[in-house]
Design a protein around this ligand. Structure first.
Ligand code: HEM
Length: 479
């Protein structure tokens, strides 16, 4: 009798396994450069463009690698909404063991979905929600953008480094209430560089072999072959120096009563009586995440704006005229003018669309899923191709062209989707800094348009598109 039930159990289990194995996976790309199980994007164009090309042939969801955990790229906004916005099981991040060795899973952007992530995001939301931006940080954002206008006036040809430094200063001021010292900047930049080295595909065996890290990451660093561990150990030390140092300084200043307003101060005050080592650690790591999350994204968005204004003088001129009409030239556009500056808003939307600061975002699913008749195994890498969604010809006709006018009919419902509902990511991982970022981008864009003419440099009577200049319309340093 026992043998009979055992046989039944084996047959049922085998059938279930067979069914599972036969479940359809999402389509693979058309043959391009197939490696063993993975399909590499071309070298001559960015991967997001390659993935879009493939998706136009085989459908919006493309599996680009079957090695280890499948890597699936979502190329359409509709599917991103279904999977990444609506399903909480798609809100985790892939495991990247080398990054873990560097301590980076403490960075909010790398955290797996769970209790700690929720607590980190809650702390960030408390300081970055629209009310907090309006009531607590508006003065900081206002002053810092005026400072940028003056910096640009002092040496307009160095606009690139002025923008980068000003945004770095802003994010560090927000995080810790102080300007970054050169040593802090050096460490923070080294940490970012090490993170990108740790994430380089194919560089570290520890990243490639899914079972490897579980044992190997605990090997002593002096063992032969554990060189990556030694490198990781020194990188980890630097990471803690970057996050712990300024956090402890703010705490000490709070005890002395000398701390200026900052994300860390605000969050520690909010803890009130509930201060624990764990809750302080969450604040410390959330503050440490702001540098990598906020600076490059904001800088690249503002630089994209500069580039497109130089290429489209007619758009620049129209936006300038709108500012003169709505605000005039007696004061700078400020946050209260934002609603009335409709065309400036269209320019900002189109800047985000043309060159989203993060063209590809990566999530991971914590459970097996079925979608569109296909099977998505758990712990797949799910990449949202934001660039492709924003270059979808059906949603944005003539998608390759910079056309701010496309948003002008926003009122009658026929305007295309606001790109700002895509560039900040999806669902439970949506960028917590989006209101902060939207305010900064608006202030910098509107004020630059009011004060400067952005043009390509003219060499021998010909515009040189590789060199842009900002020509001040007023003598700002005399003001
Ligand atoms: C134009 C500027 C910015 C853009 C386009 C942008 C975009 C994004 C995107 C696409 C993600 C990933 C979302 C996902 O995985 O679905 C993200 C995450 C994040 N961003 Fe931003 N961001 C910007 C500025 C900022 C700023 C200024 C801050 C902080 C002050 C910030 C803080 C964060 C943090 C902490 C995360 C990680 C969230 C998580 O993984 O749960 N971002 N951002």
């Amino acid at each position: 009798m026992f043998d009979f039930w055992l046989c039944v159990a084996i047959v049922v289990a085998a059938y279930a396994l067979l069914l599972r194995a036969r479940k359809k996976l999402l389509p693979l790309p058309p043959a391009s450069r197939p490696g063993p199980g993975s399909y590499l994007a071309g070298e001559h164009e960015p991967p997001w463009k390659t993935y879009q090309r493939w998706s136009l042939k085989i459908g919006p969801l493309v599996t680009v690698s079957k090695l280890g955990h499948p890597i699936i790229v979502i190329n359409s906004a509709k599917d991103a909404t279904e999977l990444l916005d609506k399903r909480s099981t798609f809100a985790s991040k892939p495991r990247w063991p080398m990054a873990e060795l560097l301590g980076r899973q403490n960075n909010v952007g790398f955290q797996y979905y769970g209790e700690r992530l929720k607590r980190s995001r809650k702390v960030l939301h408390a300081a970055l929600n629209p009310d907090a931006i309006a009531n607590k940080w508006s003065e900081l954002l206002d002053t810092q953008s005026i400072k940028l206008m003056r910096q640009l006036a002092s040496d307009p040809s160095a606009f690139y480094s002025h923008i980068q430094n000003n945004i770095e200063e802003l994010v560090v001021l927000f995080a810790y209430g102080r300007e970054p010292e050169p040593e802090y900047t050096r460490i923070a930049k080294a940490v970012m560089e090490q993170t990108s080295i740790a994430l380089q595909p194919g560089r570290w065996a520890v990243n490639r072999i899914p079972i490897f890290p579980l044992q190997v990451k605990y090997l002593p660093t002096w063992l032969p072959g554990a060189g990556f561990q030694r490198w990781a150990k020194s990188a980890r030390t630097l990471f803690y120096q970057m996050t712990r140092g300024p956090f402890l300084e703010v705490k000490a200043e709070m005890e002395l009563g000398t701390a200026t307003d900052s994300f860390v101060k605000h969050s520690l005050v909010n803890l009130g009586q509930n201060r624990t080592v764990d809750s302080e650690d969450i604040i410390m790591c959330a503050a440490g995440s702001l540098y990598s999350a906020g600076i490059e994204t904001l800088t690249s968005t503002i630089l994209t704006f500069i580039l497109f204004m130089a290429r489209h003088p007619e758009v620049q001129d129209r936006a300038y005229k709108e500012i003169m009409q709505v605000v005039g030239n007696h004061h700078l556009p400020d946050i209260t003018d934002q609603r009335a500056l409709v065309y400036v808003d269209c320019v900002i939307r189109e800047v985000h669309r043309m060159n989203p600061a993060i063209p590809l975002v990566t999530h991971s699913n914590t459970e097996d899923a079925d979608y569109s008749g296909c099977h998505i195994p758990k712990q797949s890498w799910i990449m949202g191709n934001i660039w492709s969604m924003l270059h979808d010809e059906t949603a944005y006709p003539r998608a390759e062209e910079f056309l701010p006018d496309r948003y002008l009919h926003a009122g009658d419902g026929s305007a295309p989707r606001d790109p700002r509902t895509l560039v900040y990511g999806f669902g439970r991982r949506l960028c917590p800094g989006l209101h902060f970022a939207n305010t900064v981008v608006y202030l910098v864009v509107a004020r630059t348009l009011a004060l400067y003419k952005i043009t390509p440099e003219i060499v021998n009577g010909e515009p040189r598109n590789s060199d842009l200049i900002l020509v001040p319309l007023y003598d700002l340093n005399a003001a």
